[in-house]
Design a binder for this molecule. Sequence first.
Ligand SMILES: [Zn+2]
Length: 91
Amino acid sequence: MAGNPRNGRPYRRLCAWLRAQRLPCWWCGHEIGYGLDARHPLSFTLDHQVPLSKGGSLLDRANARAAHRRCNSSRGNRTTPRRPERASRRW
Ligand SMILES: [Zn+2]
């Protein structure tokens, strides 16, 4: 099998760059557990605004977003965040 680009150094650097910003989840807006185990549903994952399956760039910082593992995996192929109906602005 050909090399997986997600294992490459550029991808790891992109992950480190994004992780260092300690951004909230771009899907739900809540804080991400940056110290949590990578298997935890609320841990950090690198998500892509435009999915790779839709032509998004794997390594473009402009396409990289911080997301909970939980949110990333429940996202499917949607390209816009699903906001709660009763979104609170008090955060
Ligand atoms: Zn989230």
